[in-house]
Design a binder for this molecule. Structure first.
Ligand code: G3P
Ligand code: CA
Length: 311
């Protein structure tokens, strides 16, 4: 596997030292996006989903208005091959429908209400304007915000969504989102990321990982996807293997109320060329704790809280 074509140049110090001014002046938008990953990134998880129904245009409008660095979204594919912004494999929790999302056509999904559940679940943030919110297609999101935003797109449940990677890259290319430095593609599935890379080697990729206790021995931690060993055993080589194809990692920080990684994990990943983004952090104290660790970004349902801390 080869590294992202622009990462090697950055690792060699293209942006560092005396050459900084001229190199930055000449940086392409994609180079600038990768350079920006060294700074702290505010990532609006499913939009400002603490304030408005997740993955709806209302949630993305709020996050955009507040000036986040990335809109986070999960993409899945409908029965008729359209890309939609939706997290769960089943539609029952956040819509008036039932069943698997990819058993439905776009027209069927667009007939559902994806907003009223939020008002019922969050009376303190309820808003009549959320009622009847329609599922959002990836095209609609791109058409609304265009190149005024950056998008942090997860290929969700790739094994349930055949054709997802091909359709996604086609859309990214059609909307000119790659060379313009507008998109990161994230996945828990390494194979999905490698497929994206095969389709277009310039798409910057983020490997998601999830650390949790071993069911047989709860003193041991393991990683869900198998991409790395548990945090106690992780080596520079493990991080470098990810850095061969990805420009960063996204990880949880706690499992069952206990930390699964620490500041040393962050430093080791960074030393091996991988910025670290943590999901999903909603409490201000926890945001501050992770900022103190030197993480490169946080996914949050409350980007307003995070922006207040970092601005
Ligand atoms: O994509 C980062 C984080 O969103 C992963 O968890 O379940 O919210 O997609 P999930
Ligand atoms: Ca996600």
């Amino acid at each position: 596997m080869q590294r992202h074509p622009l990462i090697a140049a950055i690792s060699l110090g293209l942006f560092a030292g005396a050459a900084t001014t001229s190199a930055l002046a000449e940086a392409t938008p994609l180079e600038q996006q990768l350079k920006d990953l060294e700074s702290f990134q505010v990532i609006a998880h499913r939009g400002a989903s603490g304030h408005a129904p997740e993955s709806t245009m209302a949630a993305y409008e709020l996050a955009h208005e507040w000036g986040v660095d990335y809109l986070e979204l999960d993409v899945q594919i409908t029965a008729d091959g359209e890309l939609v912004v939706f997290h769960d494999d089943a539609i029952g929790r956040t819509s008036t429908g039932e069943g698997a999302i990819n058993d439905h056509t776009l027209e069927e999904l667009q007939a559902l209400d994806t907003g009223t559940w939020f008002n019922d679940a969050n009376p303190e943030n309820a808003d009549a304007a959320f009622e009847g919110a329609q599922i959002v297609t990836l095209d609609e999101l791109f058409e609304r915000f265009g190149h005024d935003e950056r998008y942090y797109i997860e290929t969700k449940s790739p094994q349930l969504n055949p054709g997802l990677e091909e359709a996604l890259v086609e859309s990214l290319e059609a909307h000119d989102m790659i060379e313009t430095g507008r998109v990161l593609v994230q996945s828990f599935e390494q194979d999905s990321l490698l497929k994206i890379r095969e389709l277009n080697e310039n798409v910057p990729l983020i490997q998601l990982v999830w650390y949790h206790t071993n069911e047989e021995d709860d003193s041991q931690l393991q990683e869900w996807t198998g991409v790395t060993p548990g945090p106690a055993e992780i080596t520079d080589e493990d991080f470098q293997a990810i850095a061969e194809y990805a420009v960063g990692i996204g990880t949880n920080v706690t499992y069952d109320g206990n930390d699964v990684i620490d500041a040393d994990f962050i430093r080791q990943a960074q030393a091996n060329g991988l910025p670290v983004h943590i999901y999903t952090i909603n409490e201000t104290d926890e945001m501050q704790r992770l900022l103190d660790w030197g993480v490169n970004g946080l996914f949050t349902d409350y980007p307003d809280r995070l922006l207040e801390l970092v601005e």
